[in-house]
Design a binder for this molecule. Structure first.
Ligand SMILES: [Zn+2]
Length: 65
């Protein structure tokens, strides 16, 4: 098992509240998105999909059920 810097929420939590590193805008993301999610404010990438697994690039504030 590789260690990851960013915890991917458990499958039960499909949504996370993420703060953009660049502009501190807060957005709720669907963690199983197959498309990249951009910050609506500054267009920084908040989530990218790396071969089936979403990677969250922002600062995870909380997970939502
Ligand atoms: Zn931003």
């Amino acid at each position: 098992m590789k260690k990851h810097n960013i915890m991917i929420p458990k499958p039960r939590s499909n949504f996370v509240k993420v703060e953009c590193d660049s502009c501190k805008n807060i957005k709720v993301l669907y963690t199983y998105s197959t498309k990249p999610v951009l910050c609506p404010s500054c267009n920084a990438e908040l989530l990218v999909n790396t071969g089936g697994q979403a990677k969250i690039l922002g600062n995870i504030l909380e997970t939502l059920d």
